[in-house]
Every structure is written in structure tokens, then in C-alpha cells.
Design a protein around this ligand. Structure first.
Ligand SMILES: CC/C=C\C/C=C/C(=O)SCCNC(=O)CCNC(=O)[C@H](O)C(C)(C)COP(=O)(O)OP(=O)(O)OC[C@H]1O[C@@H](n2cnc3c(N)ncnc32)[C@H](O)[C@@H]1OP(=O)(O)O
Length: 299
């Protein structure tokens, strides 16, 4: 059943389908007698409370939960499985890596690879976002670490964001600092969340907001002490799940469909755009310099 789901997801990406198959073969699932279930894959940990209808996905791709192609492949399959299983009405996204929610796109997937790889990678990024943004489940992001760029996008695609109060946990779309440009649909999601003027300001300067600033600008909905992030996410979830599903889902779709359709109608062009942008010599150079700076930070 899971493989069928995977096939549907990756109809347009044969390599991803193959990778998904490998992952499914390695998957282990355990059921407890108390309604708790736990799916284990290498990079994505899924815990669920069947009785409450709530699943929690923990990103587990150390050191920084970068969105590598392998991570995305596992993540997409998990999302699809949960979406298709009517047991689950709510999903909490959080991290298993201390101090990092997600470092965003994996820069190594965007450097020194061939055009076909860039296209495959970008399709997986698009697919991940569409799955998150259009999910019928209530999505709550329990942001327990830094979340730049693609990490921020995942949080913004949730219905509610709870951020741990730690000044090191900055969140934002910092693409310009890398010498690259946030895709139009990243921008659309940010505009939908914080409004046009604040988004323009944040995007041009590549701002990474500390928790209080993020709350002020509306990028997150709540900032709480670090040890209360999960419990707050759970109580927010309970509140949201009290709303009848059909009414909430139709309302969510009404609010989000136009933004998602904007990408869906030009998905192939968006892939081509990414491929030609990222493969430019100047962009490759910028990304390599940025990666090098990250590596040298330690020394
Ligand atoms: C054309 C436009 C298309 C797309 C839009 C792009 C969207 C993106 O998401 S681009 C990615 C943007 N992400 C970032 O700018 C984050 C960069 N990373 C950091 O700022 C920090 O690593 C951190 C705050 C997330 C964590 O800091 P810290 O705990 O101090 O860890 P390190 O910096 O020492 O990093 C450890 C290790 O991870 C490597 N790394 C970090 N981020 C990435 C990444 N995004 N992709 C790949 N690898 C990453 C870093 O180089 C270190 O590697 P080594 O241990 O080998 O040195």
C-alpha cells in the first residue's frame, strides 16, 4: 500500500520512486498497546498517537537537518502515508537534532552536480512544499532550533508555528545572503504570512529573525520557553482539532489553493528556471564560497 502511495507521489520522478522503494524496504514499524505507533526510517522519525489522531514527524538528518534528496524522499513518503491514513487529523513537525529545526536546502545538492540532478532535486523540493502546504491535516510546527530558508519555508507552510525562545534560533528567508533569489512561491508564502511590505523588507535583506522579532513581524504565532515547545504545540493542536474537519479543510483550501496553483500551473518552467539559475558559473561560485565560509566558521 505504501509503495502505491509512493508511486502516485513520484509519477514524474523515476529515480525518486526507486529510492522510495529502498527506504520502504528498510522501514520498521512498531505498535504499542496504548495506541502509540512509531515508524522508523533513517532520516525521518514518525511517532503517532492513534487515539488522539496526532502524528509527530521529527527530522533526523544530522548535523543540521539539511533537505538532502534522500531526506526529502523519506519525508514525502511519510507525509503521503499519514495523509492517506484517515486515522491522522493532525501533524506536528519538529526536529530530533538539538538546536536546529532545519538548515534548509542542502547546498551540496546544488553544487557541482549535473543538470538532471538539479531538476530531480527541485522537483522533490516542490513536491515537499505542495504536500505540506495543501495537507488536509492540521500542521503545527514546533520549531526547536534555527530555521533558515527552506527550513523556514517548512514552518511557514504549517498552519501554526510555535518557536522556542532562544536567540540562536533565527528564522527567515536568507537567500540573498547566499547570492541567490528565493523562488516566487517561497515569496508568496512569506507574503501570505507577514504581508507584502514586511516580506519585501525581509527578502531583500535576507533577514533572519530572532524569536521576539519573528513574533512581532508575524512569522511565528507563539514564542515559548524551549522546554514547552512540544507541549504548547500539542495543546494548540487539540484546539484546532476541535473544529469540524470538513469546514476547516475547505477553509484552508480556500485560503491556500491560489498560491499552490500558481506553482502547479508552471511546475516544469519553475524546474527549468531553477536548473538554469543554479548551474550558472556565478551562482555555483557564490554557493561554494558560502559553503566554504560555513566550514571555516569552526576554525
Ligand atoms: C535558486 C534559489 C533556490 C532555492 C532557495 C534556497 C533555499 C535554501 O534553503 S538555501 C540554504 C540556506 N541555508 C542556510 O543559509 C543555512 C546555513 N547553515 C547555517 O547557518 C548553520 O549551519 C546553522 C545555523 C544551520 C547551524 O549552525 P551550527 O550548529 O554552528 O552548524 P555548522 O554551521 O557548523 O554546520 C555543520 C555542518 O553542516 C553543514 N551545513 C550547514 N548548513 C548546510 C546546508 N544548508 N547544506 C549543506 N550543508 C550544510 C556545514 O557546512 C557543516 O559542515 P562540516 O561539518 O562538513 O563543516
Amino acid at each position: 500500500m505504501a509503495l502505491v502511495a509512493g508511486r502516485k507521489t513520484f509519477a514524474a520522478g523515476k529515480t525518486l520512486l526507486l529510492r522510495a522503494g529502498v527506504w520502504l524496504g528498510a522501514e520498521a514499524a512498531a505498535r504499542g498497546g496504548n495506541g502509540a505507533r512509531r515508524f522508523v526510517s533513517q532520516r525521518v522519525l514518525v511517532e503517532s498517537d492513534v487515539t488522539a489522531g496526532i502524528a509527530t514527524i521529527k527530522f533526523k538528518n544530522p548535523p543540521v537537518n539539511s533537505l538532502s534528496l534522500e531526506f526529502l524522499t523519506e519525508f514525502i513518503i511519510c507525509l503521503e502515508k499519514l495523509e492517506n491514513d484517515k486515522t491522522y487529523r493532525g501533524l506536528i513537525l519538529t526536529s530530533d537534532c538539538p538546536g536546529i529545526f532545519s538548515a534548509g536546502l542542502d547546498l551540496r545538492e546544488m553544487c557541482g552536480k549535473n543538470l538532471a540532478h538539479y531538476a530531480e532535486y527541485w522537483r522533490a523540493i516542490q513536491e515537499t512544499w505542495l504536500k505540506l502546504y495543501l495537507s488536509n491535516m492540521v500542521l503545527v510546527a514546533a520549531i526547536n532550533g534555527a530555521s533558515p530558508a527552506g527550513g523556514c519555508l517548512m514552518a511557514l507552510s504549517s498552519d501554526y508555528r510555535v518557536l522556542a525562545d532562544n536567540p540562536r534560533y533565527r528564522i527567515g528567508l536568507n537567500e540573498t545572503l547566499l547570492g541567490i533569489v528565493a523562488p516566487f512561491w517561497f515569496k508568496d508564502v512569506l507574503v501570505n504570512t507577514i504581508g507584502h511590505r514586511a516580506a519585501e523588507h525581509a527578502l531583500q535583506l535576507g533577514l533572519l529573525f530572532q524569536p521576539t522579532e519573528a513574533l512581532q513581524v508575524g512569522m511565528v504565532d507563539q514564542v515559548v520557553p524551549e522546554d514547552q515547545v512540544q507541549s504548547t504545540a500539542l495543546s494548540v493542536m487539540t484546539e484546532w482539532l476541535a473544529i469540524p474537519d470538513h469546514a476547516r479543510q475547505l477553509t484552508k483550501s480556500m485560503m491556500r489553493k491560489a498560491t499552490a496553483d500558481n506553482l502547479i500551473k508552471q511546475r516544469e518552467a519553475d524546474i527549468q528556471n531553477f536548473v538554469s539559475f543554479v548551474s550558472r558559473d556565478s551562482i555555483q561560485k557564490s554557493l561554494q564560497v558560502y559553503l566554504e565560509k560555513l566550514k571555516q566558521k569552526k576554525h
